[in-house]
Design a protein. Structure first.
Length: 424
């Protein structure tokens, strides 16, 4: 199978082979009597950095002789740096991992099998989201659901009522967005959040973005329908102009259309609600996605592992690494520091302990996640190798259609061919 993505590019540039489970570790070698030094890499906000350092301090206090040094940065630069470190046999011992990259690193032998970490208090589907055929390579810190975050203040200014999110359709979504755009200074909605937006829409058609076998689970006609829907919404005034959609694809919550009150709705993960509220100064409401048929439960939302704790296969201290991951995921102490920053805690016992400590926004997000549990569709399969490129591919062809450089049908044919190549 051909390797794709940032890890493969870095490996090629540095002329190294796929990662093996033997060789020099990233931490200093130490005898049983020596102190153990570990490196832990993560991405996130300043708040996450502060919280993570508190967790590290708590773990070190309980484990004398173990020292953990943090390496952190923003999401984009994080992956380029990690790919380079991994390809040059200098990966951190503990790695915060995203599902888009999990198989890329696991299949290249870069990650430690964590099958003996205690996951008994985690939902089986959540555990399996970090598992490949070769073992457990990521332990979920928490869970998220993609929601349509609605700004009641803008709705009120536009004289539009919040929709009944249990039965609204994509046509209803478009109509509401048009009404808001016509009667307020804000856009009705921001652009789609990919690939989750496409995944949810496909699931409503009985399809998946990718299958358990690692292939695309849809056809070009499906993609054309999705791209055409957004193009029609833009023509109808429900979606901002293509130039505005382009500018809104990159910013985080604080600089986004949703966070700056530039749009009444936007697609965001539930753990981002607190940041959106802080940025906008309003209390946003998480809504279910519109569905194709308007039936209750028809949104086909899915619970996503917010992120994983993974480890380098080359660490010289696997037991200490696994002990820290166990502490991060299974201890109430770490949970009460993390709160919902890394998703609603995946460990259900920790979740119960954390719920009373959450902020108002995080409590609203948690209640939303709990409320829709009976409606969730099947768990997503572990993404195939190359999945990390599908987000950029989807965005690019959406913009081709919105800028009218291509018809939905033309863009769909090229999009699906490029995606097939990326994951083959």
């Amino acid at each position: 199978m051909r390797r794709t993505g940032t890890l493969a590019k870095a490996a090629t540039a540095l002329s190294v082979s796929a990662m093996a489970l033997t060789g020099c570790g990233s931490a200093d070698g130490a005898s049983a009597d020596d102190s153990v030094e570990l490196r832990f890499a993560w991405w996130g906000s300043d708040t996450r950095h502060q919280q993570t350092q508190e967790i590290i301090d708590a773990f070190e206090e309980q484990n004398p002789g173990v020292t953990i040094t943090g390496e952190y940065g923003d999401f984009g630069g994080y992956w380029d740096k990690l790919a380079t470190q991994t390809a040059s046999s200098d990966a951190p011992d503990i790695i915060q991992m995203d599902e888009k990259y999990l198989r890329e690193y696991a299949d290249n032998g870069a990650l430690l099998d964590l099958s003996d970490v205690d996951v008994s208090d985690l939902d089986e589907g959540v555990v399996d989201s970090g598992r490949t055929e070769e073992g457990l390579f990521g332990v979920a810190t928490g869970v998220n659901v993609m929601a349509m975050m609605a700004n009641p203040t803008i709705y009120e200014e536009a004289g539009v009522e919040l929709p009944d999110d249990s039965t609204w359709t994509w046509d209803d979504f478009s109509e509401v967005s048009q009404q808001i755009a016509e009667n307020s200074d804000a856009y009705g909605t921001s652009g789609p959040n990919e690939p989750a937006g496409f995944q949810i829409w496909l699931r409503q058609q009985g399809k998946e973005l990718t299958t358990p076998e690692g292939e695309l689970g849809f056809e070009a006609s499906d993609a054309a329908g999705y791209l055409g829907m957004w193009h029609q919404m833009m023509q109808d005034g429900a979606l901002p102009p293509a130039s505005v959609v382009t500018e809104d694809q990159e910013p985080g919550p604080d600089q986004s259309l949703t966070g700056t009150n530039g749009a009444a709705m936007g697609m965001w993960w539930t753990n981002q609600l607190s940041a959106l509220n802080a940025a906008s100064g309003n209390e946003l409401v998480p809504l279910r996605f519109p569905s194709t048929d308007g039936t209750e439960g028809g949104a086909q939302l899915f619970q996503k592992s917010a992120m994983f704790m993974s480890a380098s296969a080359r660490t010289e201290h696997p037991e200490e690494v696994k002990a820290f991951i166990d502490f991060m995921v299974n201890s109430e102490e770490a949970g009460k520091i993390n709160l919902a920053d890394r998703g609603l805690p995946a460990n259900e016992t920790v979740r119960e302990a954390v719920l009373p400590e959450l902020s108002e926004a995080d409590t609203a997000a948690a209640e939303f996640v709990e409320e829709i549990q009976p409606e969730l569709g099947e768990a997503l399969p572990v993404p195939p190798l190359g999945f990390s490129t599908l987000q950029e591919i989807t965005y690019r062809y959406e913009l081709d259609v919105l800028f009218e450089r291509s018809t939905p049908e033309e863009a769909a044919e090229r999009m699906i061919a490029e995606m097939e190549s990326a994951i083959s």
